[in-house]
Design a protein around this ligand. Sequence first.
Ligand SMILES: C[S@@+](CC[C@H](N)C(=O)[O-])C[C@H]1O[C@@H](n2cnc3c(N)ncnc32)[C@H](O)[C@@H]1O
Length: 211
Amino acid sequence: MPEEFSRAYWEERYQGHGHGHTAQGHPPNPQLVAETGDLAPGTALDAGAGEGAEAVWLASRGWRVTAVDIAAGALERARRNAADLEGAVADRIGWVQADLTEWTPPERFDLVCTHYAHPQGPPQELYRRLGEAVAPGGTLLVVGHHPSDRHSGAPHAGVHGAHVTAEEIARALDPRAWEVVTAEARPRTVTVADGREVTMHDAVLRARRHG
Ligand SMILES: C[S@@+](CC[C@H](N)C(=O)[O-])C[C@H]1O[C@@H](n2cnc3c(N)ncnc32)[C@H](O)[C@@H]1O
């Protein structure tokens, strides 16, 4: 179990320069935009919501979002980033500080998404738990760092335990209960602190729970 993924690790990441984003936050994850743009808005869980860019994007499209993160510092930044939102959009987001490896969702959601929320424990167990939070007919979207990112030169890319393939994510799901819609490694260009552009790869698993 990588010690570095404790709550203290994440809180430290959100101190000072935090996650490397501006106070205004950052654009939503491109895999979320690509994979959920065709879904009718309903209820969504953003698991490991960080600074809230994905929760805000979903809410602005009409989703009612529960945004969960273990780090109080992340949620403080997320609330700040959401402060200027139109009231109706802000009202569609509930921010919850909780450890997803223990938290019991109060309901099942039409969409459960998570982007790079590598937990301290086995990631498969987190993906299984997140799958349980999806309502019949709903969608699970897991975006992770693909193992090839270890050699990308991006910050934190070498962190042990943070990498996963779409096939490994899919193994957490009972094939009798799920239809896998997307399972692939998808390139994404990021600009790192020194201005270089590096190509990273996301492991993207989108699955639909049978109704
Ligand atoms: C790499 S950041 C990604 C944040 C955001 N999803 C994004 O894509 O920008 C991982 C996030 O997951 C949160 N996290 C890690 N383990 C968690 C856990 N067990 N329960 C809840 N949140 C967790 C961290 O605090 C952090 O905000």
